[in-house]
Every structure is written in C-alpha cells, then in structure tokens.
Design a protein around this ligand. Structure first.
Ligand SMILES: [Zn+2]
Length: 136
C-alpha cells in the first residue's frame, strides 16, 4: 500500500533507496553498529518465500536481515505504521521461520501522525453520512 507517509524514497548514507526516512535512518544506525562491532553485518530488502504446503502464498521482502554478534540472523523492520498486509506477512513469517527473531522498530512520531490521519478520515466519513455532527 502506498500513502503519503511511505511513498517518499529516502537515501541512506550507504546509498540504498529506502521506503522511508525512518528506514534510512535505521540503516545508518546499523552501519554504525557494524563499524563498532556490535553486529557482524546486515542485508537490506531481503526476500523470503512465504509457503504453505508447498504453495507460494507471497514473497515477504523484509527491510533488514541483521547478523548479530554470534552470526545469527534477525529480521529488523523499522515501521511508521502497520498495514494489514504487512501484519499477515509478519504472522506467516513467524510461523514459517521460527528460528529467525522478528523485531519491529516503531517510529512513534509517524505512528502518531498515521493514527491522527485515520481518526480524521473516520470522522469525515461519519460526518458525510450525517451520523456525526458537532455543534457548539
Ligand atoms: Zn541503507
């Protein structure tokens, strides 16, 4: 899903095109962690097949696969808002790849904006139907 909070591509210091400024900022943080030796490394935009009984349901492209100090994989998803598509993909991923911990890093400011936007949409919808009308 594209909306005004995710549509803007942002470059990180490493030159990747990220889906949001939050994601680009997180990439810069990971780069610093790598240089400092806190993690072994990371890959960006890694596709994982989500299969159920050999049927490919979809491909989940995760923002980051991080290799921690022990060299084990972790998924890191910096998120400004949680779409229903993504929530389902995350659940499938966790069921199919239980050995890979899945971390969501929430951008609280963007989440706040998203929630306000959703609330306003809901109110506008209610108003146009004549259900919500505030007089003072
Ligand atoms: Zn990057």
């Amino acid at each position: 899903m594209q909306n005004k909070y995710t549509a803007k591509k942002s470059l990180c210091s490493q030159g990747h095109k990220h889906d949001s400024r939050w994601e680009a900022k997180y990439c810069n943080d990971l780069e610093l962690l790598k240089r400092g030796g806190a993690i072994k490394g990371y890959d960006v935009q890694v596709p994982f097949d989500l299969k159920v009984n050999d049927a490919l349901i979809c491909v989940h492209r995760v923002d980051f696969v991080v290799y921690n100090q022990e060299g084990n994989k972790e998924v890191h998803e910096p998120k400004g808002f949680e779409s229903s598509d993504w929530k389902i993909k995350k659940k499938l991923f966790e069921a199919l790849y239980p050995e890979i911990p899945y971390f969501v890093i929430i951008d609280e400011k963007a989440k706040e904006r998203w929630n306000r936007w959703k609330k306003r949409k809901k109110e506008e919808k209610g108003r146009s139907k004549g259900r919500v009308w505030v007089t003072r």
